[in-house]
Design a protein around this ligand. Structure first.
Ligand SMILES: [Zn+2]
Length: 209
């Protein structure tokens, strides 16, 4: 792949969340109003990661800094965002009013509403597998089938399976071997219940074992 060619010769440190990205230049990202870009090359610290459009800071560098100085980072967050309680309440109100605000914005700022639609389209084209995965209903079912005791390694394993499906040529989907919405049994959204199968096979199988 293009990206690999570009990073060869460097010691590229790629964290899990930065893996399956398409290269997008600063200019393109800025143009479509995205807050990060992905040059696909290594930063001075050797990361291959997203970078901020506003200050060109590498996401992995920021993460590393947070890890090095957790106290300082938390203090900064508090200064910037308020107390955890305050954040939780404003998040809740954001979620409560999402539809309302969207309707208002669409009418008050039509140009921006169009731009948002365009961005969503760009995202959907760039992330076909994620888009398939993220239909609202499926997302609810998956959430219900995801046990709370999953470790971060297991979550990473699930992510890897989805990325594997997305990376393959053609129509490949992630299948729950024991269906999470089966008639008699209900499987879990856990790595050992997932496998990658072709779209045709998956449709044929439906919600059967
Ligand atoms: Zn970096």
């Amino acid at each position: 792949m293009n990206r690999q060619r570009r990073v060869s010769g460097h010691t590229a440190v790629m964290s899990r969340r930065h893996k399956a990205l398409n290269v997008i230049s600063w200019r393109e990202a800025k143009h479509i109003g995205q807050r990060w870009y992905f040059p696909g090359t290594t930063c001075p610290q050797g990361h291959v990661a997203k970078r901020s459009v506003s200050n060109r800071e590498c996401r992995a560098c920021v993460d590393a800094k947070r890890k090095r100085k957790p106290e300082q980072s938390r203090a900064k967050d508090r200064r910037r965002n308020g107390t955890p309680k305050r954040i939780a309440s404003s998040r809740a109100s954001y979620r409560r009013n999402i539809e309302k605000r969207r309707a208002y914005d669409a009418q008050r700022y039509p140009a921006e509403a169009e731009a948002r639609k365009a961005r969503a389209l760009v995202w959907a084209r760039a992330n076909p597998a994620k888009r398939r995965k993220l239909t609202a209903q499926a997302r609810r079912w998956i959430k219900q089938a995801t046990p709370s005791w999953l470790t971060s390694e297991q979550k990473a394993a699930i992510h890897a399976i989805y990325m594997d499906a997305a990376a393959r040529e053609g129509d490949w989907q992630v299948d729950h071997m024991v269906p999470i919405r089966g008639k008699d049994v209900c499987g879990l959204h856990v790595p050992w219940n997932l496998r990658v199968i072709s779209g045709d096979e998956n449709r044929k199988k439906g919600n059967r074992l």
